[in-house]
Design a protein around this ligand. Structure first.
Ligand SMILES: [Zn+2]
Length: 285
């Protein structure tokens, strides 16, 4: 087999992120889609030093004797071949390719009474740009961790009202696709950390409202938005299921709900991939 065949045939994408079953999932590239996650087995017997995809550092885990790179694919990636650079000691480098296929996402139309949240005022823009800078800086954090929990609990029980990736129109005007999952729940319902992690940012942002960002290690982060109250501080270590705030409607929201995002290698990916099937069966993709 030539190098290309090897890299293509070992592409592995899994349904439940944790089932690193090499045989069963070979070539079933169900998640190698924009907004998905791909798990790439790396050459055996060679300990990788680091990996990067589109210039961003990528998670590397070891399952039994197999090293794998866990890669988040941005929503804007066009179908086609992508490659991940793997770096070894003595500056040795190898690239592993995978194929991204097309995925159709839903379209969602939202009407907002607060027009300022659709067409912000001039002086709001300064704040919005500042918010983006702060949030992006948080995603740059790299918490070294050998084992990273990839099973998430839904942060709140409620009705799923908005799926990840939907193309969205606010008051008939096109806006960025939905970067997370919306779960509607009564105002004040506790919001819990979806996995163990460290609070790396809290703030009140123009669109996201009151927000908490939790770092789970190696570039895997969760973001909780529109909170009514924030009950944690930067640096707090949270256990899975530990309350971090309450459901609210701060920022750009039509009613009380949690906007929950998952970030991997600094790109948002579909949160549904990380939660157990029993919680997601009523989400229509
Ligand atoms: Zn949302």
């Amino acid at each position: 087999m030539n190098r290309k065949n090897i890299s293509c045939s070992i592409i592995l994408v899994f349904a439940g992120l944790v089932s690193l079953n090499l045989q069963a999932t070979v070539m079933r590239q169900i998640n190698a889609v924009p907004g998905g996650v791909v798990v790439l087995p790396l050459p055996i017997n060679k300990k990788p030093v680091r990996a990067s995809y589109r210039g961003k550092r990528v998670m590397i885990l070891k399952k039994d004797d197999q090293w794998v790179a866990v890669v988040g694919i941005p929503l804007y990636v066009k179908p086609g071949t992508q490659s991940v650079a793997i770096f070894y000691k003595r500056k040795k480098r190898r690239s592993i390719e995978f194929f991204v296929k097309y995925k159709k996402y839903k379209t969602q139309y939202i009407t907002l009474k607060n027009k300022r949240k659709v067409n912000p005022y001039k002086n709001d823009m300064k704040r919005i740009l500042n918010d983006i800078k702060t949030i992006k800086a948080a995603f740059k954090n790299w918490q070294k961790k050998r084992k990273v929990e990839l099973y998430f609990e839904p942060p709140v029980t409620g009705r799923f009202t908005g799926t990840y990736g939907s193309r969205r129109y606010f008051n008939k005007q096109p806006r960025k696709p939905h970067s997370g999952m919306d779960i509607a729940a009564p105002l004040g319902t506790p919001v819990k950390a979806s996995a163990k992690g460290i609070v790396i940012n809290t703030g009140d942002y123009f669109f996201n409202g009151n927000t908490v960002i939790v770092d789970h290690g190696q570039g895997l982060m969760t973001l909780y938005c529109h909170l009514n109250s924030i009950d944690v501080r930067v640096g707090d270590k949270l256990k899975q299921g530990q309350p971090l705030g309450t459901v609210g409607k701060t920022g750009r929201a039509t009613g009380p709900h949690l906007h929950w995002s998952v970030y991997l290698n600094r790109t948002s990916v579909d949160p549904a991939l990380f939660i157990k099937k029993k919680y997601t069966r009523h989400i229509n993709h």
